[in-house]
Design a protein around this ligand. Structure first.
Ligand code: ZN
Length: 267
């Protein structure tokens, strides 16, 4: 191993411990856009958000307008958390070392090996909004920043409800119906589970579902699920299918369907 590679490996190890950003300050219950200092919006939606014309993220998502600035999501959604998924593997003898957040690949060039790092991030508010994004760069820190930024741009809202026949409680703790997603050879099937069952899925999928606000779910997977990139993409496609599906009003009332955040009942 050359000396250059050694130095790079050490810098990667330092990054390993920093998985989640520090939680933001607690915000008041009233949904009011957070002011971001030093943000100069470039898109028309960004300008409207900054001026305070748009105060709800649903106005943007329901109309299918693209979010081009991460600050839009930051200012409109409170308690946004991000987490990095373990998609890579460190070097080691006898079948590789432990999982880590950076997937390292190398390109052979006349000058030598050029490593590049890929990273997968998930953002969510634990209440109906979630996004997954990937970033790739020559270094670890830019890859991570790119991934978090792209995850914010890919934000979408999910549908929740009680679709479990064992429970029938009508509160949005699980998914409203069984749904399947595919990516490459990997397919994942999510099934509604009764209250208190927890997330019976792969550990990386748990992180996504936790930030989405789903508490109970059963699952079945097939294919090469060790390829975490494909597994997460399959999960996201399943969740997107769920938000695209429609329910009639009678069923929606029975299963307690909630789209996006849980709205408090006005008494
Ligand atoms: Zn239930």
């Amino acid at each position: 191993m050359t000396e250059k590679n050694k130095i790079e490996e050490e810098s990667v190890e330092e990054e390993k411990d920093v998985v989640t950003d520090a939680p933001k300050d607690e915000t008041p219950a009233i949904s009011k856009p957070v002011e971001i200092e030093g943000w100069v919006p470039k898109t028309s939606i960004g300008k409207k958000v900054k001026e305070g014309i748009i105060t709800d993220i649903d106005d943007i998502l329901d109309n299918g307008r693209p979010i081009m600035e991460a600050e839009i999501v930051e200012s409109l959604i409170h308690g946004l958390e991000n987490e990095l998924l373990l998609i890579g593997q460190s070097k080691g003898k006898f079948g590789g070392g432990s999982r880590r957040i950076f997937k390292q690949t190398q390109k052979k060039t006349p000058e030598g090996n050029k490593p590049s790092f890929c990273c997968l991030a998930v953002v969510g508010n634990r209440d109906g909004y979630v996004g997954v994004g990937s970033g790739k760069s020559k270094d670890t820190v830019p890859a991570r920043e790119k991934a978090v930024r792209k995850a914010k741009l890919n934000l979408f809202k999910i549908k929740r409800g009680c679709g479990s026949w064992e429970c029938n409680c009508g509160s949005p703790h699980t998914i409203p119906m069984m749904i399947e997603g595919k990516c490459g050879s990997v397919s994942i099937k999510l099934m509604p589970a009764p209250k208190g069952k927890g997330l019976c899925v792969d550990k990386e999928c748990q992180k996504v579902l936790k930030l989405a606000g789903i508490k109970d779910v059963w699952s079945k997977t097939a294919g090469q699920t060790r390829v975490k990139n494909n597994l997460i993409n399959a999960l996201v496609s399943a969740l997107k299918k769920l938000s695209a599906s429609k329910f009639n009003s009678k069923t929606a009332k029975k299963i307690g369907l909630v789209e996006g955040k849980i709205k408090e009942k006005i008494q």
